[in-house]
Write a protein that binds this ligand. Structure first.
Ligand code: IPE
Ligand code: IPE
Ligand code: MG
Length: 244
């Protein structure tokens, strides 16, 4: 066990863009699918650690709406890992009180994955521990479009007036309805872009871009990120007068 102590100021909502599996594999001369497999191992530890630390919400970017454009071999490997993850992990996640939610268009997933994620959500819906959001077939723009449609339907039915649409109503129509905004957004592998992840919810998130590739992101790297977050000064557009 490490001597590390969780900082007093923990983020409520941590979002992670798990990037760098392909480069991890390339560096070792092994197939990309192996990099993804090691990536799943890394995420199991980060989920456990988030639970242990009492993080309220953890959002993991697993597959974007743009990732369908990868080779069918790679898409197949990733979809296979999705099934394997739920089959292997669901008992432990449930036992630990983790509540699973899928962000993204579940209806657009292949049938086996769709069934697996729906049953995981149903089984853990009443759990009160870590809220684990897994973004699958997710894009921030697509999510906003779906939310706009939901609100438009409510207006057409006469349940909502256009002038009643405010930031809160829009947030409530997103896949993260009822959850706090992202406090800390981490993207591994040194890439510094948001790649369509949680565009609305990360308006005032703190961003960290550690250079470590995702399969190597371990508890220690996570602790470093949480320490860096705790040292940040958040302003939300206001001023933080230091008593001068
Ligand atoms: C992230 O790793 C996993 C997914 C996008 C599914 P990548 O596969 O993007 O890895 P790199 O960016 O090629 O290294
Ligand atoms: C973002 O990573 C998506 C996931 C981690 C699931 P990508 O590797 O797909 O993003 P780009 O193409 O580098 O922006
Ligand atoms: Mg990538």
């Amino acid at each position: 066990m490490s001597e590390w102590r969780a900082p007093a100021r923990l983020p409520r909502h941590v979002a992670i863009i798990m990037d760098g599996n392909g480069r991890w594999a390339k560096k070792r001369g092994v197939p990309r699918a192996l990099g993804h497999r090691r990536g799943v191992e890394a995420l199991r530890d980060i989920i456990r650690e988030s639970s242990d630390l009492g993080i309220a919400v953890l959002s993991l970017y697993a597959f974007s709406t743009e990732n369908w454009s990868r080779s069918s071999e790679e898409v197949g490997a990733l979809m296979g890992l999705v099934l394997e993850f739920f089959r292997r992990e669901i008992d432990e996640l449930d036992r630990n009180g983790v509540c699973i939610r899928i962000l993204g268009d579940v209806a657009g997933l292949p049938a086996p994955q769709r069934d697996a994620v729906r049953s995981a959500m149903a089984r853990t819906a009443r759990n009160e521990g870590l809220r684990l959001n897994i973004a699958l077939n997710y894009g921030g723009r697509a999510e906003l479009v779906r939310a706009a449609r939901t609100l438009a339907v409510a207006v057409r039915r006469g349940e909502l007036a256009p002038e009643d649409i405010d930031e809160e109503r829009l947030a409530a129509a997103l896949d993260t309805a009822g959850q706090p905004d992202v406090d800390l957004m981490i993207r591994t592998s040194g890439e510094m872009r948001v790649s369509n992840f949680l565009l609305y919810q990360s308006a005032y998130a703190e961003f960290l871009f550690p250079s470590v590739l995702w399969p190597d992101f371990d508890r220690e790297a996570y602790h470093q990120a949480l320490d860096a977050y705790a040292a940040r000064e958040r302003r939300f557009g206001g001023r933080q007068d230091k008593g001068e």
